[in-house]
Design a binder for this molecule. Structure first.
Ligand code: HGY
Ligand code: MN
Ligand code: MN
Length: 415
């Protein structure tokens, strides 16, 4: 397609700030964070508002059978493969106001700027809000993007069950977002996602824009430790098979394993359930999660093996039962260099500093990149914090990230 030198467009920060602040009012927690678990009433409330905004901006709205929401802006060439841009509106139980939300709302702001200037692009542009990126209520993460890119079957997705025993399929119907298979994304030209970095690199290096080269690999395990429930009083210590003591030794060993591999490996135990979980009972069973990550796939596997060896040895010495289940496993992904060049060109055009980097966090762009060249743009996280109420990115950095997203989307839609 013809080379179109675009005027350097900029977003309207007041309009974007208002959308982000409205989102920040849905599922708000005491310290300003959000609890907007996927397919919850709060998620529905946000989805309904988002659909209204898409319609207000004359986008064609559709919802697929996994609840992914699309807003389409037609291009000059009707059947050209669209440029897709988006992220997720669901949050962690004590999440921040920007994780995922920025990528969806800055995409909508970019479209509004194109509308303001009556800019017609060659290609259609589609905004997407992916269902269940976080994977906290319904494990694993990236369920909506993994489903629509063919990684997870419909049966697997609809059968995922939360800790209250509700299934994904039931909850999707309950909130009214069980759409159609025909609405699923297909034949995409490129995908780009703006996101807060959720780590310390950009702030430490005093850089505004991250041109994200890839997402690290990750493995999620669930460990069940089975000891013997007993009375906390009359049961002599040497006679006990205390599942929680064994699990505690395992959890310490799991952390040690990361340090033994290298400075980049991460291991995290984020979820734990103790039963009977009573002050005067020796715990009989403990179930906990393990999240292992590394950008080098071989070292990710090595870390999982090391973790498995360590907890198996501890189970034997503590004389407890051990069951390890793999919940999820993704390899590292490497994003599209030609989109990254546009990200850096966009930062340069606006006079923003930028650097290439990888993402420690998982993102929908990982699964999108398996089917179409994709890339991500990061903006700095204050103190590198995320997945907590303290998550913060400054408005001026949000504005710069949105301007670069607008630049890249417009470029991609003209190629
Ligand atoms: O787990 C992740 O890295 C993503 O934020 N859901
Ligand atoms: Mn996210
Ligand atoms: Mn997240």
């Amino acid at each position: 397609m013809k080379e179109v030198k675009q005027p350097l467009l900029t977003i309207k920060m007041d309009r974007l700030k208002e959308m982000i602040n409205i989102s920040a009012g849905i599922g708000t927690l005491s310290k300003g964070g959000l609890c907007r678990l996927t397919l919850s009433d709060e998620d529905k409330e946000m989805r309904d508002i988002f659909v209204g905004w898409l319609e207000d901006n004359r986008l064609q709205v559709r919802v697929d059978d996994f609840g992914n929401i699309y807003g389409r802006r037609e291009g000059r060439i009707k059947d050209a493969a669209p440029v897709m841009v988006g992220s997720h509106l669901d949050t962690q139980p004590e999440g921040g106001r920007f994780d995922g939300i920025l990528g969806v709302l800055c995409a909508l702001e970019a479209i509004q700027v194109l509308n303001d200037h009556q800019i017609e692009t060659d290609r259609p542009i589609e905004i997407i809000n992916f269902t269940n990126e976080e994977g906290t209520r319904f494990e694993p993460a990236l369920l909506g993007s993994g489903a629509v890119t063919g990684i997870f079957s419909e049966e697997y997705v609809f059968g995922r069950t939360d800790r209250a025993g509700k299934t994904f399929g039931e909850e999707l119907k309950r909130i009214g977002y069980a759409g159609s298979k025909a609405a699923r994304l297909a034949n995409v030209h490129r995908f780009v996602e703006l996101h807060v970095e959720q780590g310390p690199v950009l702030e430490r290096d005093k850089i505004t824009i991250g041109a994200v080269e890839g997402v690290q690999g990750m493995t999620w395990l669930e460990v069940k430790v089975t000891g013997e429930a007993d009375h906390a009083g009359p049961t002599p210590m040497p006679m006990r098979k205390d599942a929680l003591v064994a699990a505690s030794k395992m959890i310490t060993a799991i952390q040690e394993a990361a340090f033994e591999v290298d400075e980049a490996a991460t291991t995290t135990v984020g979820r734990i359930e103790i039963s009977p979980n009573s002050i005067n009972c020796v715990p009989g069973q403990v179930i906990f999660s393990i999240d292992v990550r590394h950008f080098d796939n071989a070292l990710k596997v090595k870390t999982v093996e090391l973790v498995t060896d360590k907890i198996t040895q501890i189970a034997a010495s503590e004389k407890v039962g051990l069951e390890i289940t793999k919940l999820w496993d993704i390899d590292a992904t490497h994003f599209s260099q030609d989109i990254l060049e546009k990200v850096i060109a966009g930062a340069d055009a606006h006079g923003y500093s930028s650097k290439r980097m990888i993402s420690g966090a998982g993102h929908d762009a990982k699964y999108m990149n398996d089917i179409v060249p994709s890339a991500m743009i990061f903006v700095p996280s204050v103190n590198g914090k995320s997945h907590c109420q303290e998550e913060l990115t400054y408005w001026e950095d949000i504005e710069k990230g949105a301007n670069v997203l607008l630049y890249v989307v417009n470029e991609l839609a003209q190629e």
